[in-house]
Design a binder for this molecule. Structure first.
Ligand code: 5CA
Length: 156
């Protein structure tokens, strides 16, 4: 496992989650790549997307089947301004690179929302710190560990 995955697994332990990361040399950079490698439904892949809302980082744990509706996200957060984080901003906030961003385990707490569609699955898969590693967990555990608020944040 890479240093970033080791770092995430260590951080996850502090959140009470035992991460069993799996590495796929063919890559799990996008939700589609990850679903293909794992052999699961793309909706079961957790995209850990970083936004900047009124100057503060926010994470939206989004089903791989959905796209975030920015207006809905702003409304849910009560934010006047919202945009995607740049890769540099995302790395600064989470300490992980885009494409491998895990759903929790950041140096400081980041306000987090979870796409309610993820909660319908028995098991979901999220990035474990690198663009070629993922780990499975129950959505309820994901919600608890990330401290996320469940919401309907998808584009219709
Ligand atoms: N490992 C996979 C599945 S767990 C993963 O991390 N997917 S992801 O969706 O959470 O991360 C990839 C996302 O990073 C892309 O959907 C894209 O929205 C975002 N991204 C890629 N390039 C950029 C960029 N230049 N600026 C901001 N976001 C980016």
């Amino acid at each position: 496992m890479s240093k970033a995955t080791d770092r995430f697994m260590e951080a996850a332990r502090a959140f009470g989650v035992r991460v069993h990361a799996r590495r796929f040399p063919e890559g799990t950079k996008t939700a589609e790549d990850a679903a293909r490698a794992i052999g699961c439904h793309v909706g079961q892949i957790v995209k850990s997307l970083v936004f900047v809302a009124d100057g503060r980082p926010v994470v939206a744990l989004t089903s791989g089947a959905n796209r975030v509706d920015l207006e809905r996200l702003a409304e849910l957060l009560g934010a006047a301004e919202i945009r995607r984080a740049t890769p540099e901003e995302a790395r600064t906030a989470t300490s992980f690179a885009v494409g491998g961003t895990p759903p929790f385990g950041y140096p400081e707490r980041i306000r987090t929302l979870i796409d309610e569609d993820l909660l319908a699955y028995d098991e979901v898969w999220a990035a474990a710190g690198t663009p070629d590693s993922v780990f499975p967990l129950a959505p309820a555990e994901l919600r608890r560990a990330s401290g996320a608020t469940a919401a309907d944040l998808k584009e219709s």
